[in-house]
Design a protein around this ligand. Structure first.
Ligand code: SF4
Length: 238
């Protein structure tokens, strides 16, 4: 049996790894799947990407002796947004932003993990970072997966503390409630405002995609409308 911990470097997955270490559970490898916006830009917020590559991975490897494997899909978010539809009513037009129901971007994360697990000759047991106070997610666990956080009674709030105590809490939590992709259509308005203010080069990328996309970025807003809203709000505060 090969034991793999799936890690996003968010609070729950890092607390899970620290719990595995504390209780001496078997662990062969930590797997991190990095969705890429394009060949150069990560889907992670820049602060989180920096934390992952320059702090968390070195700590796990050098201080805890763990092996961290970074997986990436061959496709990128931008590559898919700008690819042309090959069938349907809008054939020949760019795919644009994902639809909100059943978005294709999830595959960029899940596909490399599934492919990697399939490549293994040993049976794989996967640890996932789900806290004990997330019953709906726990109920969906399949027999080859387990949640060390739930097994040891750790809540989401406790996970934050565990990471903080070990200097492994990502700075992303200073501004974001969750650590999704910076281009996530599920991001809250406040999180998008933060992206617009702090990372104009990333916002400019979203403008480019909106310009060719039939689908609006959020259900009620195009990227241009969001920008208009943020500019107005800023002007009111000045
Ligand atoms: S976080 Fe959002 S953008 Fe990223 S894969 Fe999930 S749904 Fe898609």
């Amino acid at each position: 049996m090969k034991y793999i911990a799936s890690c996003s470097f968010g609070k729950d997955s890092l607390a899970m790894i620290l719990t595995i270490i504390k209780h001496g559970l078997p662990l062969d490898e930590v797997i991190y799947c990095e969705v890429m916006y394009d060949d150069e830009i990560s889907a992670e917020y820049p602060e989180h990407a920096d934390f992952i590559h320059n702090k968390a991975i070195p700590i796990l490897e050098l201080c805890y002796g763990l092996k961290v494997r970074v997986l990436r899909d061959t496709k990128t978010y931008k590559g898919l947004c700008t690819s042309l539809r090959v069938k349907g009513k809008y054939v020949g037009t760019p795919l644009g932003f994902p639809m909100r129901l059943g978005p294709w971007c999830n595959k960029l994360k899940m596909r490399p993990i599934k492919a990697y697990n399939k490549e293994q000759t040993d049976e794989v047991h996967e640890y996932v970072g789900i806290a004990i106070d997330e019953p709906e997610r726990l109920a969906r666990l399949t027999p080859n997966k387990s949640s060390p956080l739930a097994d040891y009674g750790i809540t989401e709030e406790m996970a934050v503390e565990i990471c903080r105590e070990h200097f492994l809490l990502s700075p992303i939590y200073q501004t974001q409630a969750r650590n999704g992709c910076w281009f996530c259509h599920n991001a809250r308005i406040g999180e998008l405002r933060d992206l617009w203010k702090k990372h104009p080069h990333l916002w400019a990328e979203l403008r480019e995609i909106q310009a060719i996309s039939r689908v609006t970025f959020k259900q009620d807003y195009t990227i241009f409308e969001l920008e208009e809203r943020f500019i107005k709000e800023q002007a009111q505060c000045e």
